[in-house]
Design a protein around this ligand. Structure first.
Ligand code: ADP
Length: 269
C-alpha cells in the first residue's frame, strides 16, 4: 500500500545519528535478541522514532513504520482485498509485511487506534508470535527477526487503554525523555547545523518552557522544535525570531500564553 502516507518503509542506507541518553540501546539490543516487543514511552519529538531507526540500522533489519491515528482499522495494519484490473487480490498491510519479512514494525502512537484495531497485535506480542489473517482464513507465524515496537506519549495517553494489560506486561518498556541539556545541545547543533552557543541558548529556552509551573501547554517544547528553530537560525533568521516562529507560536494559539512565552524567550535568549 505505497499510496498510504502513514506508512514508511525505511531502507536506512546510512546509519541514522542517534545520541544515546541512558541504557536504551543495550535494552533494545537485548529485547531484539529475544524477539521481545518494545514499548517506547516519551513525549512527542524526544527522539523515539530516531532511536528505532538507529537500532534497526544497527541490527540490519528493515524498518516498517506506521503512524497510528484514531480512524485506523485493522485492515490498515493487516491488509485487504483490492480490485486490480478486474481481479480481486489480497494486498498485505504493513504489519503483515513485517511479520512475513522479519522486519521491525514500529507502530507510532498506535494507542490512538481503536480497540478492535490493536487487538491484532496481541498474539504477535506474546509467545505465539503469530498474526491472524482472518480474511484469508490463515495464521501467519512471524519470521525470525520480526519485532514489534510501539510508542506512546504518556502525557496525553495516561493509560494504554486499548491494549490488554496481559499484553502490555509482555512488552519491554523503554522510557525516553528529553536529553540532559549538554547532550540536547549537541543534538541541536548537529541536526540544525548551528554553533554550540546557539544550540545551548535554544536548549536553555526549551528547558525554561518545560519547567514552567502549571503549564497550560499540551506538549512541551520538544527537541524537534529546538532543531527547527536552529534550522531557521542556520538560514539567517535571528535567534529570537526563530524561537518565536518555531517554538512560541507552535506551542499555543492562546494570545496570553503566546505573549508570556514570548517574554520568556526574550528573557532567556
Ligand atoms: P518522536 O518520535 O519521539 O516524536 P523523533 O525521533 O522524530 O521524535 O525526534 C525528533 C528529532 O529530534 C529527530 O529527527 C532528531 O533530529 C532529533 N533527536 C531527538 N533525540 C535525539 C537523539 N537522542 N539523538 C539524535 N537525534 C535526536
Amino acid at each position: 500500500m505505497l499510496a498510504d502516507r502513514s506508512v514508511d518503509v525505511h531502507p536506512t542506507p546510512q546509519a541514522p545519528f542517534y545520541r544515546a541518553v541512558g541504557d536504551e540501546e543495550e535494552v533494545f539490543r537485548a529485547a531484539a535478541g529475544g524477539g521481545l516487543p518494545v514499548l517506547l514511552k516519551g513525549p512527542t519529538g524526544c527522539g523515539k522514532t530516531r532511536f528505532v531507526e538507529a537500532m534497526a540500522h544497527e541490527l540490519g533489519r528493515e524498518l516498517i513504520t506506521v503512524a497510528g491515528h484514531e480512524d485506523m482499522t485493522s485492515a490498515d495494519l493487516v491488509g485487504r482485498f483490492l480490485l486490480r484490473g478486474g481481479e480481486t487480490v489480497w494486498v498485505d498491510g504493513p504489519l503483515t509485511r513485517a511479520v512475513r519479512e522479519g522486519a521491525i514494525c514500529y507502530l507510532d502512537e498506535v494507542v490512538e487506534a481503536r480497540q478492535d484495531t490493536v487487538v491484532v497485535i496481541h498474539p504477535l506480542a506474546d509467545h505465539r508470535r503469530e498474526l491472524a489473517l482472518d480474511r484469508l482464513g490463515t495464521t501467519l507465524p512471524a519470521a525470525p527477526g520480526f519485532q514489534l515496537v510501539i510508542s506512546y506519549n504518556p502525557g496525553y495517553q495516561s493509560v494504554l487503554k486499548n491494549i490488554k494489560e496481559s499484553t502490555r506486561q509482555r512488552f519491554v518498556a523503554i522510557e525516553l525523555g528529553f536529553p540532559p541539556a549538554e547532550i540536547e545541545a549537541q543534538i541541536v547543533a548537529r541536526e540544525a547545523g548551528v554553533g554550540a552557543e546557539t544550540a545551548e541558548a535554544l536548549v536553555r529556552l526549551g528547558n525554561a518552557i518545560r519547567s514552567l509551573d502549571g503549564s497550560p501547554l499540551r506538549e512541551a517544547s520538544s527537541t524537534r522544535m529546538l532543531i527547527l528553530a536552529g534550522g531557521l537560525v542556520a538560514h539567517g533568521l535571528s535567534l529570537r525570531g526563530a524561537a518565536r516562529s518555531a517554538i512560541v507560536q507552535a506551542l499555543s494559539d492562546d494570545p496570553d500564553v503566546v505573549r508570556a512565552l514570548g517574554e520568556l524567550a526574550d528573557a532567556v535568549l
